[in-house]
Design a protein around this ligand. Structure first.
Ligand SMILES: NC(=O)C1=CN([C@@H]2O[C@H](COP(=O)(O)OP(=O)(O)OC[C@H]3O[C@@H](n4cnc5c(N)ncnc54)[C@H](OP(=O)(O)O)[C@@H]3O)[C@@H](O)[C@H]2O)C=CC1
Ligand SMILES: CC(=O)N[C@@H](CCC(=O)OP(=O)(O)O)C(=O)O
Length: 314
């Protein structure tokens, strides 16, 4: 930490969608947020100088710019200068060696790993739902690691950052669009690894003409799970895993779900919908892609990294 009483934070990409969300949430924490003059916000020298003066840098940048920023931090270390700890919101380092990935509720000891890491990768919005549902069930042996998982998901258009927001708000659509149909979405590696799956899931993302909100859904044939596994066992395992969390809840099943209900919050709801007669279940995660899927998760990780109490969730 520096000589200031309050830890200092620089958000590289402060003017972007995720950066603005983190900036707003940092107001609830006793930190000194430092900014670069808007005219120089992409100037490498200004960014490097700022990085060398703060305790934590939060990267809210496209992947290539995040890689450049991490190279700047590593360069400070190599040159023997004081270097900040790093929280990266991009996809660039989520499966990279030497980085701690994730959200504090992901597994026991995750919060402690984030607390002490120098480099933390914030999880992706879709993976937060996928891992949030599957990690506890795979770890409990209820879903086999080699289960042929399919994930269907819909996100609000803010998931595509400034460019997609401008396209939807200027042109009014499309109403609903499947994408990622080359089956190579950038979130697949983290979703597979941190869920504990041995097969790459089939992932069908989509985007709708609403600003914020997300549903991730995962259909399961119960007969392909462990012998005699019932929907109630899946629900009970999720309840046990997230007991005590103020942000992740496991409500009872419902018959319909709206994607934008949790918009503007940092919460996530996980459900198990079951038809025991047909031995079928659908797992669902509902969250705000910009909340628990991005800035809300980041603020929890920032608080852990700076040894501060997490602000109560929005
Ligand atoms: N939107 C979402 O739901 C989520 C996004 N993320 C991740 O967060 C990161 C940021 O995404 P998002 O906020 O949506 O994107 P935005 O496009 O809204 O914001 C990115 C910001 O970075 C700025 N920027 C680009 N290049 C540089 C550079 N070289 N130096 C300094 N600033 C730069 C952009 O400026 P300009 O606009 O002028 O180019 C913009 O202000 C991405 O990696 C994304 O994957 C993570 C979880 C969810
Ligand atoms: C609707 C939309 O385009 N969503 C983005 C995912 C959001 C994002 O960029 O986020 P992460 O940082 O969580 O990876 C996509 O599918 O590429």
């Amino acid at each position: 930490m520096n000589t200031y009483a309050r830890p200092s934070v620089f958000i590289d990409g402060e003017a972007g969608t995720t950066g603005l969300g983190i900036r707003a949430r940092l107001e609830a924490l006793p930190v000194d947020v430092r900014s670069i003059d808007a005219a120089r916000r992409k100037d490498p020298d200004a960014r490097r100088d700022m990085m060398s003066a703060v305790d934590l840098v939060v990267l809210c940048l496209p992947d290539a710019a995040a890689r450049d920023a991490v190279a700047m931090v590593d360069g400070l270390v190599t040159a023997g200068h004081r270097a900040p700890r790093v929280l990266d919101a991009s996809t660039a380092f989520r499966t990279a060696p030497g980085w701690v990935y994730g959200f504090p509720e992901m597994q026991a000891q995750q919060a402690q790993a984030i607390r002490t890491a120098t480099h933390v990768a914030n999880p992706g919005c879709y993976p937060t739902g996928i891992i949030g549902l599957l990690h506890p069930l795979v770890a409990a042996g209820l879903v086999p690691a080699d289960y042929p998982v399919t994930v269907n998901a819909v996100s609000g258009y803010s998931g595509g950052g400034r460019t997609m927001i401008e396209a939807h708000e200027r042109d009014g659509g499309p109403a609903f669009e499947l994408y990622g149909l080359s089956l190579q979405h950038k979130h697949l590696p983290e979703a597979q690894i941190y869920s504990g799956l041995s097969r790459v899931p089939v992932f069908v993302p989509s985007v709708g003409h609403f600003a914020q909100g997300m549903i991730v859904s995962i259909p399961l044939h119960l007969d392909l799970l462990g012998h005699g596994v019932r929907g109630a066992d899946l629900h009970a395992a999720l309840v046990a895993h997230y007991r005590g969390s103020d942000r992740i809840s496991v409500p009872d099943a419902c018959t319909s779900l709206c994607a934008d209900t949790l918009a503007g919050t940092d919460r996530m709801e996980l459900r198990v919908h079951v038809n025991e007669e047909q031995r079928q279940a659908v797992l669902t995660a509902r969250l705000d892609n910009l909340g628990k899927g991005a800035s809300g998760a980041a603020i929890q990780n920032i608080a852990l990294m700076l040894g501060l109490e997490s602000p109560s969730g929005m």
